[in-house]
Design a protein around this ligand. Structure first.
Ligand code: MAN
Ligand code: CA
Length: 233
């Protein structure tokens, strides 16, 4: 038997059956009792089931896709994501505005910007503690030097100035004003030395002609000073 793909034509080939009754049984298995053809063909039914199931699956898939898309872009969802966006946007705007305001303030007050920090160089002299207090009042602190570049920056001014380094708490244990220990140092030759037994607990940058310019001195001395305010712009 040949069953055409488009189901429009059915050709039944009946082989050499031994007798008429066998031929009639064979025929009945392909042609219904009432003589109607087509639906009685088992291979065709399978084809049809597969095709119909496939179509149904496709429809189901499409329906799922559409409903998912609708669910994800529902007004509540859009509303929520917009809210998140505007909140984040507002935070960014506030941060940007405060950064702009602070940097404008420091620039106006004569601070210098270098490598993510503002620096203020005083024009009067004070003790180490009074100098530090002045920096704190300005929303900053005495400079913390943590790179060769920053050290070079301080030397440009060719002035003797306090920096934020001291061993006031424990003799010989040098600490920056933010509490961090000293790791990279730029001591001038022979320093620190508590010169002639003096209690030299505070650090000034003094020897500008030398990359290693630091000297320990008595904290009660009066010096210019340099404040630092970290601010990444
Ligand atoms: C002065 C002070 C000391 C320093 C010596 C170096 O006396 O600044 O702190 O160590 O000079 O000669
Ligand atoms: Ca010294």
């Amino acid at each position: 038997m040949v069953y055409d793909k488009d189901e429009s034509e059915i050709t039944i080939e009946i082989g050499n059956f031994p007798d008429a009754s066998a031929r009639s049984v064979a025929l009945k298995s392909y042609i219904g009792e009432d003589g109607e053809a087509a639906t009685a063909v088992p291979g065709g039914k399978l084809h049809r089931y597969v095709a119909v199931s496939f179509c149904l699956l496709c429809i189901l898939q499409a329906a799922l896709n559409i409903s998912l898309r609708l669910a994800l872009s529902s007004p509540q969802n859009i509303d929520a994501s917009c809210k998140n966006l505007t909140e984040r946007d507002n935070l960014r705007r506030i941060n940007f505005a405060s950064l702009a305001a602070s940097s404008a303030h420091y620039f106006n007050q004569g601070w210098v910007y270098f490598h993510d920090s503002f620096y203020y160089i005083s024009s009067i002299k004070k003790t180490w503690q009074d100098s530090r207090d002045d920096c704190l009042q300005r929303g900053a602190d005495l400079i913390i030097i943590n790179s060769k570049e920053e050290q070079e920056f301080t030397r440009r001014y060719k002035k003797i100035m306090w920096i934020g380094l001291t061993d006031r708490e424990t003799e010989g244990v040098w600490k920056w004003v933010d509490g961090t220990p000293l790791t990279t140092s730029f001591w001038y030759f022979g320093e620190p030395n508590n010169y002639h037994g003096r209690n030299e607990d505070c650090i000034e940058i003094k020897y500008h002609d030398n990359g290693n310019s630091w000297n320990d001195v008595v904290c009660e001395n009066e010096n210019l000073w340099i404040c630092e305010k970290k601010m990444a712009l």
